[in-house]
Design a protein around this ligand. Structure first.
Ligand code: SF4
Length: 434
């Protein structure tokens, strides 16, 4: 008796991969190894292209082990697709499949697994690159079209409440074959096989499973997961708030530090400016003092020159005044002498020739007075001319003959001699008259 619920569950699971039809596999008489390879190829290619690629690979390398150890470039041309990247990718997947089969089976003969569902389930569970969906489809083919059975599939169905859990794969296979109709077994194998991937024994990811709403166990796990997500979200929010708070605190600290640094720099700058201003003021003061000192020195020098000029002018004025006074005195004296001489002359004329003895005397006195006056005048002249004689010492050293030739110089330097000569001459004149 088939289970309608299983059919409903199969219909609820989306088909992520379309396996090659069982009829095609049987008509082509593919071995389990080739069936597995065709499943690998049909994950990327269509069933027809997959089958052609399988035939091409087998033609290139009749021994599957040779294909396993070959380079991808050696057989990628057998992959039937126009996309170069896809061809290279599929060639790599083929190599991985053969490598995984060889590592877990130590050969490429998988036919013994057809009669032993327990070993077959253990073996396909090791093919991690193959995927749970392909694993269960291979079990379905190995079972000759019966419902597949594996520990993972039994766990899924147990959690869904469809079958009871058992460790015997043969019993599980028999029980499932009764519950799943032959028409649904192909889809059941591939689609329920995909669910096994989420339904892990310890940590099922029910929130990713397509059957979570229909699964009592999954509902509970999903609820716990949602609560956990809420807690995690709260925790994340708290952490985010703490992070933002710490960032804000750090930002304020940095701002305070920057402000402090700026204030310190401003203070230092102000200090520098004050020092510079003080220095400039001191230099300006110094320059001002220097200017004042220079001006005072200039004024003192000018004053000194003016005083000298004034003193020289005063001296000149005094000498001129003195000379004028002397000249006036000399003129007065001369006038007095002339007056006296005139008086004497007049007196002598009155007396006539009676007193000739006395007249010569008077004449001589008059002459003496005249000579005295002339001496004074010559002295004055010589006194005036003295500076010129001092300035020209060479003139002084000139021969005496020249000096004698000039009457004034002879009169100034040797007045006595001249006087004597004049006196002698007058005396001689007077004697002649006598
Ligand atoms: S809902 Fe969870 S427990 Fe249920 S079948 Fe899916 S994965 Fe498994």
């Amino acid at each position: 008796m088939t289970d309608k619920r299983i059919a409903q569950l199969v219909a609820a699971i989306p088909a992520a991969w379309t396996p090659p039809p069982l009829k095609l596999i049987e008509s082509e008489k593919l071995s389990l190894l080739e069936t597995g390879l065709l499943c690998t190829l049909t994950k990327h290619l269509s069933a027809t292209a997959g089958l052609k690629s399988l035939r091409g690979l087998h033609a290139l390398f009749p021994d599957w082990n040779e294909l396993r150890v070959s380079q991808v470039q050696e057989f990628e041309s057998a992959i039937k697709t126009k996309n170069d990247d896809l061809r290279r990718l599929v060639a790599g997947v083929v190599k991985e499949y053969l490598q995984e089969i060889f590592q877990n089976n130590h050969g490429f003969d998988l036919e013994p697994y057809r009669d032993d569902p327990t070993e077959a389930a253990k073996f396909v569970a090791e093919l991690t690159h193959f995927g749970t969906s392909a694993q269960h489809y291979l079990l379905f083919v190995a079972a000759g079209g019966e419902a597949p059975a594996s520990n993972g599939l039994v766990r899924v169905l147990d959690r869904l409440g469809v079958v009871k859990r058992t460790s015997s794969m043969r019993k599980a296979q028999e029980a499932l074959s009764k519950k799943v109709s032959p028409a649904d077994r192909e889809a059941f194998a591939s689609r329920f096989g995909a669910i096994v991937e989420f339904c892990e024994s310890k940590k099922p990811t029910c929130w990713e499973c397509a059957l979570v709403e229909a699964c009592p166990f999954g509902k509970k796990v999903f609820k716990d997961w949602q609560a956990q997500q809420v807690r995690l979200e709260l925790h994340r929010e708290r952490e985010e708030a703490a992070r933002l708070k710490a960032e804000e605190r750090e930002r304020k600290r940095l701002e305070a530090e920057a402000k402090k640094r700026a204030e310190k720099l401003a203070k230092e700058e102000a200090k520098r400016q004050a020092i510079a201003e003080r220095k400039a003021r001191a230099e300006e003061k110094k320059a001002e003092m220097k200017r004042k000192k220079l001006a005072a020195a200039k004024a003192a020098a000018a004053k000194k020159v003016a005083a000298k000029k004034k003193a020289a002018a005063a001296k000149k004025k005094a000498t001129a005044k003195k000379a004028a006074a002397k000249k006036a005195a000399a003129a007065k004296q001369k006038a007095a002498a002339q007056k006296a001489a005139a008086k004497k002359k007049a007196a002598a004329k009155k007396k006539g020739g009676t007193k000739r003895s006395s007249s010569p005397k008077k004449k001589s006195t008059a002459k003496k007075a005249k000579k005295k006056s002339t001496k004074r005048t010559t002295k004055k002249k010589t006194s005036k001319k003295k500076p010129s004689t001092k300035r020209k010492p060479a003139a002084k050293k000139k021969p005496a003959a020249k000096k004698k030739s000039t009457k004034k110089r002879g009169a100034t330097k040797k007045p006595a001699a001249k006087k004597k000569t004049k006196k002698g001459a007058t005396r001689r004149k007077s004697k002649k008259r006598r």
